[in-house]
Design a protein around this ligand. Structure first.
Ligand code: ATP
Length: 440
């Protein structure tokens, strides 16, 4: 038997299909070929600042053992060609099949960079050639970038799971899930699931309004507990299939790299420095300020939908020491290069002072100002003084980590619920029912 890593990306468009769903169709076929899965299907989110993504910049890798590699590749290629949006010219699918016990460093390095920079297709083609890897592409073949990157990320650092249930592709309209059952599920499972809903707005986050076949997706720490969570939902329509993915969602993996003020457009990462210019509130309620460190100055923006984080950013003050995570927005005619902030960590607050009039040395009352030349005078005792007092003003902003509400978070963003819950990988085979097709 050979060990296979099958990467897949860019099969969908905003008008239909979903790469995770196509992966679930492929898994069904691979199980018919008796492929032995070595891991849950991997759902790898890549640099969220890539402008040409359809939704959340997801790519898929399936890792399994099989005796029939050629058959498997031909079958997958055929499925991509028949079922992806590539055939309508709406997607640029890429399929990569690597046979190897270990993942080569070239794959790992490229995958690591695909989390926070822009990768050129030519670089991917070079690697595919160097390792003589089977691959298939349609359109521009841009999907090869995500397909190879998914193979290169074996989720050895922190990771999470997502149980995704699909409805028949013919279904349309609003997803029929009793909202109160989602609130109850969230309440009952909040120690091991995340971003089921946005508590501030009461908005449901496990399902969307898109044209894709996803009925709901529940994210969490443990695959078996995700199934329990799913069983708590009251559905008003049938599920066609479900699959559990292991993922880098909710890990903040795209923000590990340190960004300099010279960072390229579309890159993601974090920067530490001092607030060098007090925040200004722009049109639409967005907050703009700049941060400075030994390498230079970077302009930053915290946008209105980030809600409470935007309010905290508005309270920043020159000299505050902060760390920011986010993505670099491209320079345009209207604005220069800017960091779109995804998280704000206030490390130290600068002191600011309020000027106070002195107290009368005789009666203790506060004196009134008589102008710069005359100084201060007590209205009762008529005593004069020139000694201005200063008091440290109390800052409303506190040290700490500030995030946008769940509805404004990237798939990769690490939600507050997950801080301190990061896990190291213990190699485990997929267990229990991690894939199921429901009879209609
Ligand atoms: P969905 O989340 O619905 O699967 P998507 O948001 O993943 O859709 P795609 O249709 O897959 O969007 O398009 C993203 C494209 O960007 C893919 O072709 C992928 O190969 C490419 N891509 C991903 N990461 C990078 C990167 N770091 N540099 C360059 N291209 C990238």
């Amino acid at each position: 038997m050979e060990t296979v890593h099958l990467g897949l990306d860019d099969t969908d468009s905003s008008e239909g299909m979903c790469t995770t769903y196509l992966a679930a169709l492929i898994v069904e076929r691979l199980l018919e070929y008796h492929c032995e899965f070595l891991d849950y299907p991997n759902l790898i989110r890549l640099n969220p600042n890539i402008p040409w993504k359809t939704r959340g910049n997801a790519a898929i890798c399936l890792r399994f053992r099989t005796d029939v590699v050629d058959l498997v590749f031909d079958e997958c290629r055929d499925m991509v060609s028949r079922l992806s949006e590539g055939k309508r010219g709406k997607a640029d699918p890429g399929l990569v099949l690597l046979t190897s016990h270990t993942i080569p460093d070239d794959f790992r390095n490229l995958s690591e960079r695909a989390l926070h920079t822009v990768i050129r297709r030519a670089e991917v083609l070079k690697i595919l050639k160097r390792y003589n890897v089977r691959h298939y592409q349609e359109g521009s073949g841009r999907g090869l970038i995500g397909a190879l990157s998914a193979i290169g990320n074996s989720l050895d650092k922190d990771y999470t799971y997502e149980l995704i249930a699909y409805r028949p592709v013919t279904a349309n309209g609003t997803r029929k899930i009793d909202p109160s059952s989602i609130f109850q599920m969230d309440e009952a499972t909040k120690c091991h699931t995340f971003n089921n809903m946005d508590p501030n707005e009461g908005r449901i986050l496990i399902s969307s309004h898109g044209q894709d076949p996803v009925l709901y997706g529940i994210r969490g720490e443990d695959p078996h507990l995700l199934k329990e969570a799913a069983s708590m939902l009251r559905l008003g329509e049938p599920r066609e299939r479900m699959m559990i993915f292991r993922s880098n969602q909710g890990t903040g993996e795209h923000l590990r790299e340190v960004l300099g003020p010279q960072a390229f457009a579309y890159s993601s990462g974090k920067i530490r420095g001092m607030v060098s210019e007090n925040p200004a509130i722009g049109r639409g309620g967005h907050v703009f300020f700049s941060v400075e460190n030994s390498q230079g100055v970077l302009n930053c923006a915290v946008y209105e939908p980030t809600g409470s984080m935007k309010k905290k950013a508005a309270l920043l003050q020159q000299g505050d020491s902060i760390e920011l995570g986010g993505g670099i927005r491209k320079k345009s005619n209207k604005h220069g290069k800017i960091l779109n902030v995804e998280y704000l960590k206030v490390l130290a607050l600068s002191k600011s002072f309020i000027q106070r009039n002195p107290l009368c040395s005789k009666c203790g009352k506060r004196m009134t100002s008589e102008g710069y030349v005359n100084g201060f005078k007590c209205g009762t005792c008529k005593i004069r003084s020139r000694r201005v007092r200063f008091r440290v003003s109390r800052r409303v902003l506190k040290k700490g980590l500030y995030l946008p509400p769940p509805s404004a978070q990237r798939h990769l963003a690490k939600p507050l619920r997950r801080h301190g819950r990061e896990k190291d990988r213990v190699p485990v085979r997929p267990s229990g029912t991690w894939f199921e097709v429901f009879k209609s």
